[in-house]
Design a protein around this ligand. Structure first.
Ligand code: 6PG
Length: 511
């Protein structure tokens, strides 16, 4: 055997991970169900890639397996569709085919966006057969996979030790002092481990890596939605053109909001329509969002565990609402918004208010994501290191941002931090921005511009900081119609009471 690692599934993410590993000096065996895909890839690699001699194609699965050094490490980059832990999909199919060819101690790494429940099941099922099944989140899109993704591995800790050198080598790197991503898109001169801290690390047992990757995606959804709402306000209320907004985003990218998603928004907004350069590209893109499910899973998990990740769920619903385009078009003919426009005042000041609203909302969204992971670790018996997770998100992944250094610092200061909002930096940031945030949400509401993420993040903030919410009345209602009982403010928590609400004893209203 000559290869250090094998990879199955040569769609673009798989191909780019192979090249990334080869650039870092690893010999990689590759296999694809449709052999011609593998052959085309090898031809392309030979023609174009400096590390071509390290990529080895195999048409037969048995040859592929036999060519990998033991204990074997085989990465699967095949699309997973399983949602319930009992579902079986392409990942199980490939693993089942591999199983008779593997030896005790070999390691399978699922690098797809698999559901964590399926990963928990697989880890257990294959462990019983002597195979170590690992689930690793891979984030960063095509470019990330090629030059440095953020990698979130979960599974048997011993198995991690054998994967670690490769995962650390190919992961994105951040500067050890500043936490800033070190980016170099040069296959013959890849960023090395000596240059920076790798955006990977052992997350936890069985499905922990896939869970954290899913929450990353849930945060990705809300981050994107918040940017879209800022854009929408500038478009609808101020009437700005995309290239003008691009300049605003470019400016924002120099401060606290500095992030990959703001950066690509800056680029997108100045892009012209390829078929008609007199128009802006963004203006010809249909406003119906797609989604593959990870944002939805995040929200379902939040609902299952009773964690108030409302801004994240809003981001999913915003995509759903956008998707019912025909219905919206019809409704726009019938339903009217406010009769009069409410003035937003000085344009420059209002844009600055939008920036502050975006930052405050973003803080709440991340607070929700981390609360979700905190609950999940109890639910699934993981021991997550939130500082390390935030550190891993600093480079390579889609949500990479300057802001993640602040989260890393917050957890370094207090690893048991109950909510990001309670950290001094974030508390002050929201305090400073909240007047602007409230003004933006109010003006949006008064003018009939939907800002579901800004508004729900604000509702989260206001609810979270309120010692007494109106659910006293709700509990009374529940007790009234369903004898669901209630607790009292003047008695210890947990003691249940019930008022007998028979017809005759009902207090009479005196008007
Ligand atoms: C990443 C991304 C990636 C995901 C897309 C698609 O971290 O690189 O999260 O894994 O495929 O972002 O998500 P939707 O199609 O659901 O928008």
């Amino acid at each position: 055997p000559t290869s250090d690692i094998g990879l199955i599934g040569l769609a673009v993410m798989g191909q780019n991970l192979v090249l990334n590993m080869a650039d870092h000096g690893f010999d990689v065996a590759v296999y694809n169900r449709t052999t011609s895909v593998m052959e085309d890839f090898i031809k392309e690699v030979e023609a174009e890639q400096p590390s071509a001699s390290r990529v080895h194609g195999h048409a037969e699965l048995a040859d592929f397996v036999a060519s990998i050094k033991c204990p074997r490490k085989i990465v699967l980059m095949v699309q997973s569709t399983a949602v319930a832990s009992t579902d079986r999909d392409a990942v199980d199919k490939v693993t089942d085919q591999l199983e008779p060819l593997l030896q005790e101690g070999d390691l399978i790494i699922d690098g797809g966006n698999s559901n964590w429940n399926a990963t928990i099941r697989r880890e257990k099922e294959y462990a019983a057969k002597g195979i170590r099944f690992f689930g690793s989140g891979v984030s960063g899109g095509e470019l990330g996979a090629r030059f440095g993704p953020s990698l979130m591995p979960g599974g048997d800790p011993e198995a991690w030790e054998s994967l670690k050198p490769i995962w650390e080598a190919i992961a994105a790197k951040v500067d050890r002092e500043t936490g800033k991503p070190i980016e170099r898109f040069d296959p013959s001169n890849p960023v090395t481990l000596e240059e920076g801290e790798p955006c990977t690390g052992y997350i936890g047992a069985n499905g922990a890596g896939h869970y954290v990757k899913m929450v990353h995606n849930g945060i990705e959804y809300i981050d994107m939605q918040l940017i879209c709402e800022a854009y929408f306000l500038m478009k609808q209320l101020i009437g700005m053109q995309p290239d003008e907004m691009s300049q605003v985003f470019a400016r924002w990218n120099e401060g606290d909001l500095d992030s990959f998603l703001i950066e690509i928004t800056t680029d997108i907004l100045q892009q012209r329509d390829p078929t008609d350069p007199s128009r802006f590209f963004v203006d010809v893109v249909l406003d119906t969002a797609g989604q593959k499910g990870t944002g939805k899973w995040t929200s379902i998990s939040a609902l299952d565990m009773g964690i108030p990740a409302n801004a994240m769920a809003e981001a999913v619903f915003a995509r759903c609402l956008s998707a019912i385009k025909d219905e919206r078009v019809a409704a726009s003919e019938v339903l009217r918004g406010p009769a009069e426009a409410v003035d937003f005042g000085d344009q420059g000041e209002f844009i600055e208010n939008i920036r502050e609203a975006l930052y405050c909302s973003k803080i709440c969204a991340y607070a929700q994501g981390f609360q979700l992971m905190r609950e999940a670790q109890n639910e699934f018996d993981w021991d997550l290191d939130f500082g390390q997770i935030a550190a891993m998100f600093r480079g390579g992944c889609i949500i990479r941002a300057r802001f993640l250094q602040k989260i890393t610092d917050a957890y370094a200061e207090d690893p048991k931090l109950a909510n990001l909002l309670l950290n001094d930096y974030f508390n002050e940031a929201v305090n400073k921005g909240q007047a602007a945030w409230r003004k933006v949400v109010s003006l949006a509401v008064l003018n009939g511009v939907a800002v579901p993420a800004f508004a729900s993040a604000l509702a989260y903030f206001d609810s979270y900081r309120t010692a007494t919410l109106p659910q006293n009345l709700l509990q009374a209602q529940r007790d009234y119609f369903g004898a669901h009982t209630y607790e009292r403010v003047d008695r210890p928590r947990g003691e249940k009471f019930h008022v007998d609400w028979p017809e005759e004893n009902r207090p009479q209203l005196t008007l």
